[in-house]
Design a protein around this ligand. Structure first.
Ligand code: WTA
Length: 655
């Protein structure tokens, strides 16, 4: 069981002090904590000054209108210049920025000088397509270098990108394009995934055909999959026809620190995804600070690999902005871990001499199941540090990761953060912290975290409570695109009665007597499937949008590999009775959810039931459904309107 229940965690006694290789030479030392404790804002100002500012800022934080923060607001900078030009100017143009590995086995090596040129060319093309500062550009791409180039080119001209993960369906893509009012879509014909080409451009075509707002004037298409696509001459433009021939002269203009940098949609507790808004100076400060210090980055010698897709926030902060701002050399891989064979990741690590690996617990647990022989067939001796992100890592998987991947010696940094926080908030520092498997440990220097009870009082160990961030931080979200009220309501209203504004993260946590934090999963209707956020309500609305469904309830059930899995219970409309078997209905509905949201949201199981457990006021009791879905004895049913329904459901599931 991957779940981090307080009971099992409290019995975790193993401790791993920093190894000698780190104690003397790590980038981050205990002095960072001291400096941050002495003067938090001065500390962040010092970190921000590691970047190149065209106009230096004089004010660090403006928190006069909470929850709307402004960091370094009177300073100006160019985010792409910080990730590219300044490294070339410093004489590091020949350093490899990206070792890219395509799924079919092709590869490309791109230096900082080459990446800078390509971004300049792409920036010129964006301008020629009419994109101006503040315009929104949707990016729907496979994991190819052009995805990074596209993001940086958009940032370079002060426009705002909205990257949409390539696994999302046409409907999801359309909703996000319309919500942001995107003017341009950058995509590819297709990309390689699981040994085949996954078409992307056709999905963009159908999304745009269904668009209610028609804000998109052009679609810029990278040729990758070589799959057949349709072409709209007045709208579609090939990347190779335009970018390759464009001028590589482009001077980066400075923008205000609070210039919007990107919108990234994430699932919340309602059916409608939220467009999380991040801005420039504060975001880049914390993304680069954490990347350097949490991962102990030595840019001259390290080869960093974050396995996340650029469609998620981890890909934004630790594939694009953090590593590039720090002049790191990194690996970028297009495909899935088991193509063409389960050892692909380990072969890549051997091939490029990866020193720092940052991955999700789901992947680790999958490898664990497949057996240690697979990683042991590759030489992993270059690895010196491992990271984990996206969901709680259970101590068993933590130990396996360290022993089998890290040769029993690498530190593991378990990093807690969110799309909303923009960068890592809680993590060990490898040269400082004595590690405890299963705990994300302490807030990084400059970050204030509390664990509160429902009434807002601090909970004492060993009790669990709700995780809050109690002071504003540089890479915090600046809002929800187009919806300031929802921003206040979702994140800042829970503890509004307390003094000071507290950001409510939606996670349960427990603090032990050493002050280390243990994450206990979401406390709201958000599920975490393989480290990806999905909302129960969003999948329920997808299910009830199908004509055969009368009612639906979705729960996240504990799953050994993926952390949680989507389990749905549906009641079919009465006129459907007898028209199809439960199995047929279930297959039909899984496909429907895939079309509505994307393959990642397809329920693992769908149970057709006659009744759903409801309270007398009509609220579905998901907790009881979760008991059934996880095969537990059914909990307290006293508030149920009809107590027999649970028995019927649970009998049905056993059948
Ligand atoms: C969960 C991913 C435990 C948490 C960066 C959070 C974690 C949600 C960890 C954010 C961790 C992320 N330990 N839980 N180290 N990291 N989470 O927005 O529930 O995709 O609220 O950001 O993932 O997911 P998101």
């Amino acid at each position: 069981m991957p779940s981090n229940s307080i009971d099992s965690l409290l019995h975790e006694e193993r401790r791993f002090p920093p190894p000698e290789e780190f104690t003397g030479s790590a980038v981050a030392t205990g002095a960072l904590y001291e400096r941050a404790a002495e003067d938090r804002l001065a500390f962040w100002a010092e970190q921000a000054r590691e970047l190149h500012w065209d106009t230096p800022f004089t004010e660090t934080l403006d928190w006069s209108n909470p929850p709307f923060a402004r960091w370094f607001a009177d300073g100006t900078l160019n985010v792409a210049y910080n990730c590219l030009d300044r490294h070339v100017i410093a004489g590091n143009g020949d350093r490899v920025a990206i070792h890219w590995e395509g799924e079919p086995g092709d590869s490309r090596t791109i230096t900082y000088a080459q990446l800078t040129d390509e971004v300049k060319r792409a920036a010129n093309v964006l301008t020629s397509l009419g994109i101006e500062a503040g315009d929104r550009v949707a990016i729907y791409m496979p994991m190819i270098p052009e995805a990074t180039v596209a993001m940086l080119a958009v940032a370079r001209i002060g426009a705002v990108h909205s990257v949409i993960f390539g696994g999302f369906s046409a409907d999801s893509l359309r909703d996000r394009i319309d919500d942001a009012g995107a003017k341009l879509v950058i995509t590819a014909d297709g990309g390689w995934r699981k040994g085949a080409v996954l078409p992307l451009k056709p999905t963009v075509d159908s999304a745009l055909a269904k668009s209610a707002k028609n804000t998109v004037t052009n679609v810029l298409v990278v040729k990758r999959g070589e799959n057949e696509i349709e072409w709209t001459d007045t709208r579609d433009v090939w990347w190779h026809d335009t970018v390759h021939g464009a001028s590589a002269e482009h001077e980066a203009q400075p923008f205000e620190a609070e210039q919007p940098l990107f919108i990234l949609y994430t699932s919340g507790t309602t059916g409608k995804p939220k467009g999380i808004l991040h801005t420039s100076g504060g975001y880049l400060t914390q993304a680069s600070f954490t990347h350097r210090n949490v991962f102990d980055l030595k840019p001259e010698t390290d080869v960093f690999w974050c396995t996340a897709d650029v469609g998620w926030v981890t890909g934004h902060s630790y594939v694009v902005y953090g590593p590039l701002a720090n002049g790191a050399t990194q690996v970028m891989y297009e495909g899935v871990p088991d193509s063409p064979a389960p050892g692909r990741w380990w072969k890549i690590i051997e091939k490029y001499g990866v020193t720092i690996l940052y991955a999700a617990p789901t992947a680790i647990r999958t490898f664990m199941k497949l057996g240690r022989e697979i990683p042991q067939a590759s030489d992993l001796s270059s690895l010196r540090l491992l990271g984990s992100v996206g969901e709680p890592i259970n101590p068993e998987a933590w130990i396996w990761y360290r022993d089998i991947i890290g040769a029993g010696k690498t530190p593991i940094v378990d990093t807690w953060w969110q799309t909303e926080t923009g960068a890592i908030m809680i993590s060990a520092l490898p040269g400082v912290t004595t590690l405890k498997p299963g705990s994300a440990q302490t807030p990084i220097p400059g970050i204030s975290i509390d664990v509160l009870g429902e009434d807002g009082t601090r909970v004492d160990p060993p009790n669990g409570g709700l995780l809050v961030v109690s002071e504003p931080w540089p890479s915090m979200l600046r809002g929800i695109w187009g919806d300031p009220e929802r921003f206040k309501e979702t994140y800042w209203s829970k503890f509004a009665a307390l003094e000071g504004s507290k950001y409510f993260a939606g996670d349960g946590a427990h603090v032990d007597t050493d002050g280390d934090i243990w994450l206990l999963g979401r406390v709201d209707d958000v599920m975490n499937i393989s480290g990806h956020r999905l909302s129960t309500t969003e999948i329920e609305s997808a299910l009830v949008s199908h004509p055969i469904v009368a009612e639906a309830a979705v729960v996240g059930a504990a799953d050994e590999t993926t952390g949680q899995a989507v389990v749905a219970f549906v009641i079919l409309r009465s006129k459907q009775a007898g028209k199809q078997t439960a199995d047929e209905a279930s297959t039909l509905l899984r496909t429907h959810v895939g079309q509505q949201i994307g393959a990642i949201a397809k329920p693992r199981q769908i149970f057709v039931v006659n009744e759903l457990p409801k309270t007398r006021s009509g609220k579905i009791m998901r907790r009881l459904l979760q008991d059934v879905a996880e095969g537990r004895a059914i909990g307290d049913t006293t508030t149920l309107a009809d107590t027999s329904v649970m028995q019927i459901i649970s009998d049905k599931m056993k059948a």
